[in-house]
Design a protein around this ligand. Sequence first.
Ligand SMILES: [Zn+2]
Ligand SMILES: [Zn+2]
Length: 150
Amino acid sequence: MSIPIEGAARRDRAVICEVCGHEMRQLPGSYEGQRDWVCSWCYAVINIFAGSEHAPRPVYLPVNRRWEIAEAEGLPEDVSHAYAYFGDTLCGIQMDGMSPSPYRWTTAHEGTCQDCKAAAEAIDCRWPQEKRDWDVQVIAPAMDPNSPLF
Ligand SMILES: [Zn+2]
Ligand SMILES: [Zn+2]
């Protein structure tokens, strides 16, 4: 499923979030041919490909499937902070070289940062209920290779 970029109200260089209407910010590390944007309010992420008129709809993920644990030299390892895309954590810690770890951040993690948890829950609340099932797709059943095409 995708939305026309016009539908995302692309004005000049601004991209407006389809989920909540706030402005999106371009993610660092976007590469040639693709620009990734994240909403400054609900943290919806979209990928816009060069020359494409469409962007996939942002996918809703619940709090415990959404974030990765932040990693940085000097960041205490006994507290798990959620990585917030811009070299920072959801609770606002900013450090040079901070990056997401391969590990999922969850509120059930021992040593979960309570400020990150509060932020993650607040962000979750910014997704209207009706925008949460955008990731539901109807998958065609696998075809039997021996069956006639039609
Ligand atoms: Zn948004
Ligand atoms: Zn934190």
